[in-house]
Design a protein. Structure first.
Length: 181
């Protein structure tokens, strides 16, 4: 499903289903779930960085105003990047060695500890998309605080996602999802 203005608010709800399945299966097959989470975080980062737009042909057409602009909002990109950062913070081992997941509050290897996931730190550095003020900056600060909080782990990922979804999207089905959490 390619994100655009009409599907943007629905996609995080699909992510929540995936994340719920991973959370439930993490006890049975932690290594597999860690790989799934890592791959999902990489997909989220690709969306947030809009890598497709940096190709030469599209970049040239954009420069002269002929390329179709992507319909992805900065809020959706922020949500992708912050969720990727949150997921990477729950995978304390370096890239390629995903064997454990932080599944419980105060699990070892908090963000910023030596030997932790260095990818997460890189993601967090660009969380505000260069905005020095406004809602994106405020949300970036809140996300950073949540990601670095040692009491948060995979068990609280739905709360993390919904914290920002309800701020960015006003669709009635989102309010229903929030009540059902």
């Amino acid at each position: 499903m390619k994100p655009n203005g009409s599907t943007e608010a629905k996609i995080p709800l699909i992510w929540l289903i995936l994340l719920d399945l991973v959370t439930k299966n993490a006890e049975r097959n932690e290594r597999f779930c860690a790989v799934v989470l890592h791959k999902f975080s990489q997909i989220l980062l690709e969306i947030s960085e809009e890598r497709a737009a940096s190709r030469w042909g599209k970049g040239l057409l954009s420069a002269i105003g002929l390329a179709k602009q992507d319909d992805i909002s900065i809020q959706f990109k922020f949500l992708c990047r912050s969720l990727a950062g949150y997921i990477l913070a729950q995978l304390p081992e370096p890239k390629g060695e995903c064997r454990t997941i932080r599944k419980a509050p105060n699990a070892p290897c908090k963000v910023g500890q030596p030997g932790g996931n260095t990818e997460c730190v890189k993601v967090l550095m660009g969380l505000d998309f260069g905005h020095s003020q406004g809602k994106t900056k405020e949300c970036a600060e809140a996300a950073l605080k949540q990601i670095q909080d040692p009491t948060n782990s995979l068990h609280s990922i739905k709360r993390f996602v919904m914290l920002f979804v309800v701020q960015f999207y006003t669709k009635p089905y989102i309010k229903d999802t929030e009540c059902g959490s």
